[in-house]
Write a protein that binds this ligand. Structure first.
Ligand SMILES: Nc1ncnc2c1ncn2[C@@H]1O[C@H](COP(=O)(O)OP(=O)(O)OP(=O)(O)O)[C@@H](O)[C@H]1O
Length: 344
C-alpha cells in the first residue's frame, strides 16, 4: 500500500538529509505511529506519501502508484484517496461545520444529494451531528479536530495521514480523537500518525516506527513510545592557542550552566507546584539510573539532566562538559588541557 525504496530527501540549502536511505513498507489496514524527536523527519515522511515533496533519490509507491512517474494532472485524483489531518486543524473559519466537511466533496464534484447524505453520516461518526451549523470558533479544540477528521475521511480515503493530530489537545480530548482514528482504521483505512505523545502510543500498542535523523532506528509490531533516544556522538576537536583558551571558557560556562540546571532540578524535585508548571520536556525527561547515561537524549530529543548528586562539585561539572564534547583530555602530569576544542 505504501512503500519507500531507498528514499532520501534533502531539502535545498540543508546539510544533511531529512530522510536518509529509507526503506519502508506499510500494508493495507495497518495503524502506524511515526515517532521521533523534533526534526527527525516524521512530517517529511508524510509529505512524501502525499506527494507534497519529491524524494531526492529513491522511489515512493502509494496505492499502486509510483509517485515519481505520476503526472501532475493525476496528482489531485491520487490525493482523493489520501486524507490528511494536521495539528492546527486548518478549518475554513467562515464556513460552518457542515460546510467545512461538504467542501471536500464539492471540490471533487459530488452531487448535492450525495453531500446531503454523506456529511451528516460522517458528523455522526465523529459525534458532532448536533453542531453542524456552528462556525469553527464556536467549537472547542477537540471538536475542531473532529471536524477536520470528518473532512479528511468523508470521501472514504484508503489512507489517512495524521500529523500530530492531538498536539494541541488535552489528554482526555486526545483520547476521544484516538478512539475516532481507531474506528476509522477498523473500517479498513490505513492510518499513519506522527506524534510526540508517549501516553497515546503506549496505550494503543500498534506498530511503531521511530526515526532518528531521518533513519528508521526501530520498527516494532506492537510497540510503545520507547526510549531508544540516541546519545549524540560528540568528539572533542583538536585545537590549540587562542581557541583552546576560549574552549576552556566554554567549559567553565558549561559548568556554571550545569550548576544552575542542578539547582533548578532540585527546586523541581522539592516543589510539586514548580514541577507542575515546568516545561513539558523538563517534566517528561527520564531520570536515568546508570552513571553511563547521565546525559542521554530521549526519544523526544530532550536531554535528561544529570542527577543532582552527580553534579555536586566542579569536577563532576567538568565531566559533564567533557561528555558534551566541550573538553578534551587532560595531561595527567601537568594537568593542562592538551586537546581542547568546541564541539564540531
Ligand atoms: N521546507 C523545508 N526546507 C528545509 N528544511 C526543511 C524543510 N522542512 C523540513 N526541513 C528540515 O528537515 C528535517 C526534518 O523535518 P521534519 O519536519 O520532517 O521533522 P519532524 O520529525 O516532523 O519534526 P517535528 O516533530 O518538529 O514536526 C529538519 O531538519 C527540518 O529542519
Amino acid at each position: 500500500m505504501i512503500r519507500f525504496e531507498n528514499v532520501t530527501k534533502k531539502y535545498s540549502g540543508t546539510k544533511r538529509p531529512a530522510i536518509d536511505s529509507m526503506d519502508l513498507e506499510v500494508a493495507r489496514g495497518e495503524f502506524v505511529f511515526l515517532v521521533g524527536a523534533s526534526g527527525s523527519g516524521k512530517s517529511t515522511c508524510l509529505r512524501l506519501i502525499l506527494k507534497e515533496e519529491k524524494p531526492s533519490s529513491g522511489s515512493v509507491f502509494v496505492l499502486g502508484n509510483d509517485l515519481g512517474s505520476i503526472s501532475s494532472r493525476k496528482v489531485p485524483y491520487f490525493r482523493r484517496n489520501v486524507g490528511v489531518v494536521f495539528q492546527d486543524f486548518r478549518l475554513l473559519p467562515n464556513k460552518t461545520v457542515f460546510q467545512n466537511v461538504a467542501f471536500t466533496l464539492q471540490v471533487i464534484g459530488k452531487s448535492r444529494g450525495y453531500v446531503q447524505e454523506a456529511v451528516p453520516d460522517v458528523l455522526k461518526m465523529v459525534g458532532l451531528e448536533t453542531k453542524a451549523d456552528r462556525l469553527p470558533h464556536e467549537l472547542s479544540g477537540g471538536e475542531q479536530q473532529r471536524v477536520a477528521i470528518a473532512r479528511a475521511v468523508v470521501n472514504k480515503p484508503q489512507v489517512l495521514l495524521a500529523d500530530e493530530p492531538t498536539g494541541n489537545l488535552d489528554p482526555a480530548t486526545s483520547a476521544g480523537i484516538m478512539q475516532i482514528l481507531e474506528r476509522i482504521n477498523a473500517g479498513g483505512t490505513t492510518v499513519l500518525m506522527a506524534t510526540h505523545e508517549a501516553g497515546i502510543v503506549d496505550k494503543m500498542q500498534r506498530r511503531v516506527i521511530e526515526l532518528v535523523d531521518g533513519v528508521i532506528v526501530r520498527d516494532e509490531r506492537e510497540g510503545g513510545y520507547g526510549t531508544t533516544g540516541v546519545v549524540p556522538e560528540l568528539k572533542p576537536a583538536v585545537a590549540k592557542g587562542q581557541s583552546a583558551k576560549s574552549a576552556r571558557e566554554e567549559v567553565r560556562e558549561a559548568a556554571a550552566e550545569a550548576d544552575a540546571e542542578t539547582k533548578a532540578h532540585q527546586i523541581l524535585i522539592s516543589s510539586p507546584d514548580a514541577a507542575a508548571t515546568a516545561p513539558a520536556a523538563t517534566r517528561s525527561a527520564p531520570v536515568n539510573d546508570t552513571a553511563d547515561t547521565e546525559v542521554a537524549s530521549n526519544a523526544t530529543g530532550a536531554i535528561s539532566l544529570p542527577r543532582p548528586e552527580a553534579t555536586s562539585d566542579l569536577t563532576e561539572h567538568l565531566s559533564l562538559a567533557e561528555r558534551l564534547g566541550l573538553r578534551g583530555t587532560v595531561d595527567p602530569e601537568t594537568g593542562d588541557e592538551q586537546n581542547v576544542g568546541p564541539v564540531k
